[in-house]
Design a protein around this ligand. Structure first.
Ligand code: AMP
Ligand code: MG
Length: 326
């Protein structure tokens, strides 16, 4: 079975085609265009949605061409119905609905966070992991129990991706800034003390961000100290969740999973906790159509497609509210 997935929750418009055979997934094509705001600025939802509208037909055509398929070969369609920025979400929703109703292809709205988790499992081979999802829109620790991904820790304010992006923008970089901060951090080993805030098993990054902006005269030292502090906080919450849930696997997904220092710290924790470490391949750590396509295929194994009247989008849609039957 072949699924064409559409993603446009925030900065990226992407189409991915995934094949499911004997319960195994294979990515056939994955094409993306990323909206880049001017330097020093964040995502402007209306500008990002305009970008997505303008590139949507090219991305779709390129995705089919890369797969050497036509739309008639596609069995089902899925799109990220939330959570995300309203104007951006609507683009994938409208495109998916249009293609689905014109070509009479069943359609599946899917949760974007579940997309990160499911593609991570498919690509890494993790079976029953504690999941650390760290991205622009999420910072959560989740484990699967009784049909739902239950949350064992999360951010109380901004996400880890937002911390890196907002701090990077204050240095004048263009969003997303995580990679640039990682590169600068490699040039320093001078730790400047910054606020470390873990509350119960949740983390809070807003005080850390304000303090980091004040010490940003030496960029390398500031980036190094910011990463060390934020990742140690995440590490503490992860280690406690591992110990509590007694999971024997940890899987890191989301755009920030691309960070090597974060993986290095988490790997040490896994060694201590006697648990296997999995991290999403860099290419598929961030937002992409393949996540949505693979989740659509999993949904299709237990459900009929949605009615067109049910194909709305939801800006807020927590992953722990999604009931999973597959
Ligand atoms: P997503 O929303 O899953 O696409 O993730 C986007 C987030 O990942 C943004 O906040 C980026 O700054 C962040 N990101 C991407 N690459 C890296 C990296 N190498 N280190 C840290 N954060 C990163
Ligand atoms: Mg994401």
């Amino acid at each position: 079975m072949l699924c064409l997935g559409f993603e446009s929750t925030a900065h990226t418009f992407s189409c991915g085609i995934v094949e499911k055979k004997a319960n195994k997934g294979r990515i056939i094509s994955d094409v993306r265009r990323i909206y880049r705001p001017p330097e020093g600025q964040g995502i402007h939802p209306r500008e990002a949605s305009r970008h997505h509208i303008e590139c949507s037909s090219h991305v779709l055509a390129e995705c089919l061409k890369e797969a050497n398929l036509t739309i008639r070969d596609i069995d089902i369609i899925s799109y990220a119905a939330g959570p995300g920025l309203g104007p951006c979400l609507r683009v994938a929703g409208v495109v998916a609905r249009t293609v689905s109703s014109y070509y009479k292809i069943p359609i599946y709205p899917v949760n974007h966070a579940i997309g990160h988790v499911e593609l991570g499992k498919m690509l890494t081979g993790a079976k029953d992991p504690l999941v650390l999802l760290v991205s622009g829109g999420h910072t959560v620790l989740a484990a699967f129990k009784q049909k739902k991904w239950r949350i064992f820790g999360e951010t109380l304010d901004i996400t880890l991706g937002q911390l890196l992006d907002q701090f990077g923008r204050s240095l004048g970089f263009a969003s997303p800034c995580g990679k640039k901060i990682e590169e600068l951090a490699l040039e320093s080993e001078k730790y400047i003390p910054l606020p470390y805030s873990v509350k119960g098993n949740d983390v809070s990054f807003s005080g850390l961000m304000s303090a980091a902006k004040k010490v940003s005269k030496n960029r390398q030292d500031a980036c190094y100290s910011l990463q060390e502090t934020a990742f140690a906080m995440i590490g503490e919450a992860t280690e406690r969740a591992l110990s509590f849930t007694e999971k024997k696997e940890l899987m890191v997904v989301g755009g920030v999973a691309a960070n090597r220092r974060l993986s290095e710290m988490l790997r040490k924790i896994c060694k201590r906790q006697n648990c296997k470490f999995f991290v999403s391949p860099i290419q598929y750590a961030g937002d992409c159509g393949s996540q949505i396509a693979w989740t659509g295929l999993l949904e299709a194994s237990v459900k009929k497609g949605a009615k067109i009247s049910e194909t709305f989008v939801r800006q807020s849609w927590r992953l722990d509210t999604v009931e999973i039957d597959y």
